[in-house]
Design a protein around this ligand. Structure first.
Ligand code: GLU
Length: 538
């Protein structure tokens, strides 16, 4: 049996959309499950659409996801340009394979499957305009080719002269007339198309001596011994041409099998998830942040704080499912669970809430030490220092509010406490900044509602019960002291607690009072009680 070899063949025309990452992922999973090779090939023959930085972006994005190529990209993340044992088909960038393709285009002309076309761009637009005026569409096909300027309509002499003397001719595929092309797709099943609906596609252009996508794709898939082509549904209309090209070359027996993936749809299911949707609807559609040549920024999953494992997991499930209820699969688990026959034919609706759900689930799986490392840069952005040695100004739990310095163990304790409420590492900061900074002001409406003389007096008295306790008093003991005091005096528990929370948090909502106090320490607790009095009871 032939070794499975699949490829991801992006064109560097911009950042990779998440749909493109999904195509790469499915190819990768398929190859790895079968013990085969996953190849990356850069299809950059359309120089008009080339975008600076796109190739590097694509490689970096796949790397971030853990989608690593067996062939085409070296250990330094560079496209391989010179053949080696591991990368025998180099170069893997089609622009550098330029010299290969003409011979193949010429072979098709010689065999009568293709022809030279000399029509200028102006002539073709005139044809288009004429057809439009008649409310028709111009296509270069078996009918129109008879009156257009090409090697089929002109004499051999004239053609040879034009080939030698002009430089904007092309080689076009001679689409057969009225033939039914019978095709099989691994996802969509059997498909038949009549060639009368198809046009004579350009295969090669003299002007830049480059092949078009169709020719380069077929030639390279053949030379690289690709066994399955798994790609986006937008290429399905090209499949009959590709079948006919394989046939014309005499390669039908070794032709790869094809699988066309359905589109990713907008959250409302109406239409394709486009590159612009993310910015419009407030979620990323790109794996990594991208800044275009105009300086416009598009957000990325990585920069938005998604874990690559979560991103990969959610992508895998957009259009595929394992056939059971389990939703959490890491990359290696996806490799064993994946199968093309569980790919859905209809479009997969993207649900941004599900995306953050995945991140939340992964966050819960990680230990606090790992999460703390990821949280440190966010703390640093807020001018907070994290240290691994205890200093003399620290409470037992590792907090030094005055110097905005915290021990890593303190950061871990904070994470333990708030992990269940967070979906992203950055949420640790937004959920409880007051575990690192004393409130500087108090939410006005909460003050109006809770900081009433009859209540705060009770709260201040209750606070005094803790004034001299040890820093390592447990949360349970703190809770007991507070509650017993309030209960004993038959004071309203909620009202008193809300005043204390206002002092600790600056607002009436937040974590449990005893949780906060046991973390920040008694000194900081007393400071906050003093500060709220100074501020509100002037
Ligand atoms: N270069 C094409 C693209 O970027 C690849 C299509 C294919 O996989 O055949 O979509």
């Amino acid at each position: 049996m032939k070794k499975t070899r699949v490829r991801f063949a992006p064109s560097p025309t911009g950042p990779l959309h998440m749909g493109g990452v999904r195509t790469a992922l499915y190819n990768y999973l398929y190859a790895k499950q079968k013990g085969g090779d996953f190849i990356i090939r850069i299809e950059d023959t359309d120089s008009n659409r080339f975008v600076e930085g796109a190739e590097q972006y694509i490689i970096e994005a796949l790397n971030w996801c853990g989608i690593i190529a067996d062939e085409g990209i070296d250990e330094n993340g560079k496209v391989v340009e010179t053949a080696t044992e591991k990368h025998p088909h180099a170069p893997y960038r089609q622009s550098q394979r330029k010299a290969i393709y003409f011979k193949y285009a010429k072979e098709l002309v010689d065999k009568g499957f293709a022809y030279y076309a000399f029509d200028t761009a102006e002539e073709l637009s005139a044809q288009r305009a004429e057809a439009e005026a008649k409310k028709e569409t111009f296509i270069y096909n078996s009918q129109s080719r008879q009156y257009l300027r090409n090697s089929l309509s002109l004499s051999q002499e004239e053609s040879e002269k034009l080939i030698a003397e002009t430089n904007n001719w092309t080689i076009r595929f001679k689409m057969p007339e009225n033939r039914i092309v019978k095709m099989d797709d691994l996802i969509r099943g059997h498909i038949e198309v009549n060639t009368n609906t198809l046009d004579d596609k350009v295969l090669w252009k003299k002007i830049d001596e480059l092949p078009t996508y169709h020719l380069a794709n077929i030639v390279d898939d053949h030379l690289m011994e690709i066994t399955e082509v798994i790609r986006g549904e937008e290429w399905l209309p090209s499949l009959p041409l590709h079948y006919l090209l394989y046939e014309a070359f005499g390669w039908s027996d070794s032709m790869p099998k094809f699988a066309h993936l359905s589109l990713l749809l907008k959250p409302d299911g109406k239409g394709k998830l486009s590159k612009r949707d993310g910015d419009k609807m407030g979620f990323p559609v790109f794996p990594l942040k991208w800044i275009n040549s105009e300086g416009e920024v598009s957000r990325g999953y990585r920069e938005d704080g998604y874990f690559p494992e979560a991103f990969v997991n959610l992508l895998a499930f957009l259009g595929w499912n394992p056939g059971n209820d389990r939703e959490m699969y890491r990359l290696d688990e996806l490799i064993s669970a994946f199968s093309l026959d569980r790919i859905v034919k209809s479009g997969a609706r993207f649900n941004p809430e599900k995306a953050s759900w995945y991140n939340k689930e992964y966050l819960r799986l990680y230990n606090s030490e790992k999460l703390a490392q990821l949280f440190i840069p966010i703390l640093e952005e807020n001018n907070i220092t994290v240290v691994t040695d205890y200093n003399t100004d620290m409470t037992k739990s590792g907090a030094d509010f005055e110097h905005r310095t915290f021990h890593i163990d303190y950061v871990c304790k904070v994470i333990e406490l708030i992990k269940e409420r967070a979906s992203f590492v950055k949420d640790f900061w937004t959920i409880a900044p007051y575990l690192f900074l004393a409130p500087k002001s108090f939410v006005e409406k909460d003050v109006a509602k809770f900081w009433k003389e009859e209540n705060y007096k009770l709260a201040l008295d209750t606070a005094k019960q803790l004034a001299n306790i040890e820093d390592n008093t447990s949360k349970e003991d703190i809770e007991k002291i507070l509650e017993e005091h309030i209960r004993k005096n038959e004071w309203p528990m909620g009202k008193v607690m809300n005043c204390l929370r206002l002092a600790l948090v600056g607002a009436s909502s937040g974590l449990g009072i005893a949780d906060i106090i046991s973390l920040i320490g008694i000194k900081e607790f007393n400071n906050r009680i003093d500060f709220i009095q100074e501020t509100l009871n002037k």
